[in-house]
Design a protein around this ligand. Sequence first.
Ligand code: NAD
Length: 258
Amino acid sequence: MTHLKGRRAIVTGSNSGIGLGIAEALAAAGADVVLNSFTDAAEDHALAADMAKRHGVAVTYIQADMSKADQCRSLIERAGGCDILVNNAGIQYVAKIEEFPVEKWDAIIAINMSSAFHCTAAALSGMYAKGWGRVVNVASAHGLTASPFKSAYVAAKHGVVGLTKVTALEAAGKGITCNAICPGYVLTPIVEKQIPDQMKTHNMDRETVIKEVMLARQPSGEFATTEQVGGIAAFLCSAAADQITGTTISVDGGWTAL
Ligand code: NAD
């Protein structure tokens, strides 16, 4: 399947987890891919070289800190623009509102929400010029519903869903779509890191947190996978999805049906 041959995709926060899964799926569909993170480690460049070799497409790595507006915008410029923008970078922090550190609130709003605005703002004019484009925002089930102790994350993800709708309306009729994927729990490093906090907050062991806190909200009782989320992103970039815009696609095992 090479329906994305000749398209350039930028995936923010793509050296692990869902971003990497989406980058893999887009490369497998023939797109050239720009990987990003703020780390600039040898492994990041090796990841790009390996992906390029396996899929026979161009894959580059560009370091940029998605908490900084100017670095979000310059990522798009340094990549030479893009046909597909996947706003995926994200972090998490779990605490009661009255104990939530201000710097964590600011970082989550910046990385999880404002970076999507800055990258989209920088990418749209190039898409308009070509008359084709795809913006895929990785929101969350927490963009549609809430959980206690995740004020910044839930606020940012609801913001991303709102931004998705506005982007879709402004770009409608110009060959450009914008949608949000809303995963439930996917077992990636961001989720692994939450387990100790959740164990502390709920006074439970690891297995009980996974079963009774995390997957309790996911009626399938199973984590979603990065491959499944990648597959949805590739679908949203296909011709079959030309008229899908301004909406959310849940990949949450039934969570938001409850
Ligand atoms: P992850 O920790 O594996 O990936 C996060 C990515 O963001 C990494 O590549 C990291 O390098 C990058 N990143 C973090 N801060 C950055 C910064 N300042 N600048 C540039 N890159 C930065 O976690 P993940 O689960 O793959 O999360 C990816 C996205 O999916 C996030 O937006 C997250 O909110 C969302 N999501 C995850 C789940 C889940 O259960 N894992 C569910 C719903 C939504």
